[in-house]
Design a protein around this ligand. Sequence first.
Ligand code: PMP
Length: 399
Amino acid sequence: MMKDLLAQRVNPDVPSALSGLFPKDDDPRAISFAAGSPNEDLFPVQAMHTAFDTAMINHGAHLFQYQTSQGNADLRDQLARRIGKWGQVQTTRDHVVLTVGGQQALELVAKTLLNPGDEVVVEAPSYVGALAAFDLYAPTYYGVPLQNDGIDLNALEDTLKQHPNIKLLYTVPDYHNPTGITMSVAKRQQLVALANKYDFVILEDSPYRDLGYEHLPLPAVKAFDTEGRVIFVSSMSKILMPGLRTGWMVADGGLLTAILRARQASDLEANNIVHAAIDAYLTANDLDAHVDILKADYQRKCAAMIQSLEDYFPDEATFTRPDGGFFDWVTLPEELDADALLSDTIIPQAHVSYVPSTNFYPDRNVRNGFRLSFTGLAPETIDEGMHRLGDQIKAALHA
Ligand code: PMP
């Protein structure tokens, strides 16, 4: 009965992929490759505690006052300099908006741009949280496949020719969620040229860009933006701590004004106390040195995962070999259904979980893949869980 009162956009009959990502961990044998959680043993808790103290002492009562919808100016300044240095985006704090995680930025962009039925291109597969945010605004999706160096630009241009009203393209160019793939610099440049030619907005979502294990970050897609049509989004969640709930975006011109208007309707402004603390943290600490520690840890875990894929998985399964970020993507032979396998045998018998591919496609039509996350697990646990998972997949293949 209650269902009739709810808006269609939150229809409870449609399963929420986001809430399914966090398994109920009351099974002591459970090993979850599902949630993309950072390694909390490496959270700089003490340094952040000191930073909160510093912020309170430096700002006093003003810290607790209403401020602006763009957020703490000093932190915006530091982030503008950071994306200038590591992403070659020439911008200033006036173009930066602090948000409640990168997730809020994605939802605000969707709210700002999308009327029901508006046409959106996403990478296939694409980040489940972005699809969840876009879904609220009922767009029409076109999925464009990924290649080893990022989105297939020929397929994209064919789609653009067929659907000249496409408004928005969403991309995760660096250590993509869910595949781990990174877009080449040439493609970044060509993508912006296509946006100029076919008149659409690019939403560049890049929370993993600093986490190339042996690489410095590439120039952002936004670095090639000459017409203010790329919105760049990033986050503190993967390089500091997700509990800070701090993301940020860079936008220009009328887009920026419209996004700020949407933001005011959502929550007026961001959490000034947290942002002043992050500003104090960045002033007193070397974030790049902290990121180096994360990269070494995640590289070791990624190597353990690749090794176990080689050791325990059948030759018929293929997988990506990420050189940064949090995720690896496995493709099974077409006859296997990753959703059914997970609930029928993998969770009950192997006590292991992953995120099945259906969650990453807007029409949920690709059934034979899954995402693995390795950052939160010790290498020995990865080996153990992957051994159990590989055995189940071999059994299913030969059943
Ligand atoms: N974009 C991508 C590609 C992500 O993987 C995530 C987190 N999983 C987010 C955005 C949102 O993260 P947050 O809101 O914590 O910044």
